[in-house]
Design a protein around this ligand. Structure first.
Ligand SMILES: CC(C)(COP(=O)(O)OP(=O)(O)OC[C@H]1O[C@@H](n2cnc3c(N)ncnc32)[C@H](O)[C@@H]1OP(=O)(O)O)[C@@H](O)C(=O)NCCC(=O)NCCS
Length: 227
């Protein structure tokens, strides 16, 4: 189906979303998978998180696209994650057997994402790429996300996210979306393995400091809630 692209007019739909406020990070249960442990990051993780965030490859696809220059930037990022006013559903991702922090990810935008829907993102240190951790961790996060208590909500949705809506439904089926640079084949593959479908590709102004405002080709993906 043809994409309406970046300038499409949003469509207001009634749907469900996780009830706000989300449980405070201090009350969120850890998520266990076969090989990983996921839990909210705390102040105790500062040094380990800095060791990740100073690696350029870890930060290459983040909003600003640059590593932390010193630990105060990591502290600010940790503070932001714990700030209840900046609702997020982000987890630190640890190897269960060793306790090593290797990545972070989850729903970074809970309300009012650029496509209207919650948005997922994730990143790992290169030493742990290609082991299936991206798929394993985000599959578990999504399962936990869909299990959160719901409330009805209004969403200003990009019309391309509504193309598969059944006729006559009163509440739109909920979505989670992802935006990925088209060169990022590994991340696209993770989304495919999680069941996301591609709904459009178009240029957007880059947010990364070294290419600020230049056109960047982004693929847009969505996952519908389990029926
Ligand atoms: C993208 C990223 C999250 C993938 O994590 P991962 O743990 O390596 O992912 P998985 O092992 O679960 O799956 C990766 C898949 O992509 C494939 N892949 C990796 N690089 C690829 C490439 N250049 N071209 C095609 N496929 C590629 C792998 O073969 C694997 O698919 P398979 O299981 O069918 O073989 C990781 O590389 C990363 O953290 N990169 C930096 C940050 C980033 O890009 N984040 C995503 C933006 S939100």
């Amino acid at each position: 189906m043809a994409s309406n692209g970046p300038n499409a007019t949003s469509v207001v739909v009634r749907t469900t979303l996780p009830r706000l406020p989300l449980p405070p990070t201090s009350e969120r249960l850890a998520i266990h998978t076969d090989r990983l442990l996921l839990r909210p990051l705390t102040q105790d993780d500062l040094q380990a998180y800095y060791a990740l965030r100073k690696q350029p490859e870890f930060m290459a696809e983040s909003t600003l696209g640059k590593p932390d220059v010193d630990i105060s930037e990591t502290q600010a990022a940790l503070d932001d994650l714990a700030n209840p006013e900046r609702e997020n559903f982000i987890f630190g991702i640890f190897v269960a057997a060793t306790g090593e922090l290797i990545g972070d990810g989850g729903i970074h935008t809970v309300r009012f994402g650029s496509m209207g829907w919650p948005e997922i993102g994730y990143k790992f240190v290169p030493a742990h790429w290609g082991r299936g951790y991206g798929t394993e961790s985000m599959s578990a996060v999504l399962k936990t996300w869909w299990d959160l208590p719901r409330q009805e909500a209004e969403v200003k949705a990009h019309p391309d996210t509504l193309q598969t809506e059944p006729e006559g439904s009163t509440l739109s089926r909920e979505r989670v979306v992802a935006e990925i640079a088209t060169y990022n084949k590994g991340s696209q593959r993770v989304l495919e393995k999680l069941g996301f479908e591609h709904f459009g590709t178009w240029d957007e102004p880059d947010t990364q400091l070294h290419r600020l405002g230049q056109p960047l080709e982004m693929g847009h993906y969505m996952l519908s809630s389990p029926s």
